[in-house]
Write a protein that binds this ligand. Sequence first.
Ligand SMILES: [Zn+2]
Length: 327
Amino acid sequence: MYGYDIFHDDIMKNLIDAVHKGEASHAYLFVGPEGVGKSKAARLFSAALTCTSPDSAPCGVCHACVGTKSGTNPDVIYIRPEDKKTISVEQARKIVSDAYLKPFQSVRKVYIFEDASLLNEFAQNSLLKILEEPPEYITFIILSTGETELLQTVLSRCTSVSFPTVSDKRIEEYIRTAYPDSISDIKLLTALSSGIPGEIDKIVADPDYSLLREESFKMLAPLMSGHKISAYTVADFLENHKDKADLILNLWQSFLRDIMFIKNSSLKLIINKDMQEELSSLAARISERHPIVALEQTIHSKMMLKRNVNLHALALNLSFSIKKRLY
Ligand SMILES: [Zn+2]
């Protein structure tokens, strides 16, 4: 869409239509999981807001559009913490006084807060007044992974736009265009992405991904035995890779899914094709119920992970629950 990798065309169309009709709000909250495409959406929306050909905004060729795309439009300002931790009250006050200065070249000036969780309570309070009555040329866009990060008083002043996870079809399209070298793994990558395009970017760029996948597979047998020692091995493994716990659970899910297909002789549906031999060998050693129970528990663990539970406890619970239900 307009030369941007946009994953929510309908949402963008509505936002851009509002610009054309002169009905754009002064403050937006873009809510959705990390990596789902909010940043690119905010950039494209900023291009529409600041474009100097309002009727065809974003025209893609004016100075503002070109600058927005390359990140050099002085009227599209990205807010990142000055101390790399949080946005302080001082920084928030600087933003407020800067907002009263007219745009350099466009009809509008846009402030994009890249991560709402970095706005502490005091900084949010400093922004309240300008969110309530901003100069008419100002638009704020706050990116957030969940509305609870912000004060109710801030939320009530913003138009909230939800960015849901993306369909498998759209993820596959993205892999085809962005990562043609990875087409042979398209089904697996799509399954691992959980509908989040940014996950594909992370996996493809991760030099340790292949090793992690291999090691994650080696954890499957102990995971399913549920013996005390094995359970601790699994827990240590997850703890040692805590930044990638999500990916590991997704990998387990993909392996277990494949083992179920092997058990049903539906070999065509396997997505870890390069590991078919290892998967078949493990499948032969376990009962039909094993992968079903393990898959249910893995999905449950993924939900728990979102609630920030302790990883070690989560892994022990995962192993022992499987044991309890199978033995
Ligand atoms: Zn333009």
